[in-house]
Design a protein around this ligand. Structure first.
Ligand code: MLT
Length: 203
């Protein structure tokens, strides 16, 4: 069993609610998205790992060369490591991968997207908050059939170039994912509309 990532697990109280995988942003930790998860789906089981890469003390899920500049080999290696953890933790805690939905913010949304591209069987779908294209490769045909993805980005985000969200949506649709992509009047930070839109999508 490879439960190598420090993490929080909270059992669900409503068996009909999809379990959630929480993936925090740069500099965050496994507790950051717990309030968001509770607001999104109060009865869901929650699995929340801490990024195991340190950028001058800031936790991340993969190293970067500079802001917005990524090494595909590093991203690929870390994506497989996290996917292995998710598979092992799902088994350990009794979470059904066919119902597990990722909720990722920023760097966490980016690794949720690369998991969908490289290891689609560990997730049933994802809510990607302020994600960008990290691996510019389309998902394998039919690998994401039946999986739903919500992309929420900000029109005034200084980190995510405006052409990235539609491009990422296309990379995921190439695998057959049912992708909803919306731009909100926001910067890189979350606003109330992220919660209301994500809650509606999840329901
Ligand atoms: C961040 O985490 O600051 C950016 O959204 C992108 C990334 O480096 O993954």
């Amino acid at each position: 069993m490879n439960l190598s990532y420090q993490h929080v697990f909270q059992p669900g109280t409503d068996p009909t609610a999809a379990p959630l995988l929480l993936l925090h942003g740069t500099g965050g930790n496994e507790c950051d998205l717990l309030p968001l998860a509770r607001a999104l789906s109060p009865g869901s089981a929650v699995l929340s790992p801490r990024g195991d890469v340190s950028e001058h003390g800031a936790n991340r899920f993969f190293a970067r060369l500079a802001e917005g500049l990524f090494d595909p080999a590093e991203v690929t290696r870390r994506t497989h490591a996290l996917a292995d953890f998710i598979a092992a933790a799902s088994k350990h805690y009794g979470l059904d991968p066919a119902r597990l939905t990722a909720v990722g913010f920023s760097n966490g949304a980016n690794i949720a997207a690369t998991i969908l591209q490289l290891r689609p069987t560990v997730l049933s779908g994802a809510i990607l908050l302020r994600s960008m294209v990290v691996l510019d490769q389309p998902a394998t045909a039919a690998s994401l059939t039946g999986k739903r993805v919500l992309l929420l980005n900000g029109t005034a985000d200084p980190i995510v170039p405006v052409e990235h969200p539609p491009h990422l949506a296309a990379l995921l649709r190439a695998g057959g994912a049912d992708v909803s992509q919306q731009m909100l009047p926001a910067n890189h930070g979350l606003i109330a509309a992220d919660l209301t839109t994500a809650k509606q999508w999840l329901a």
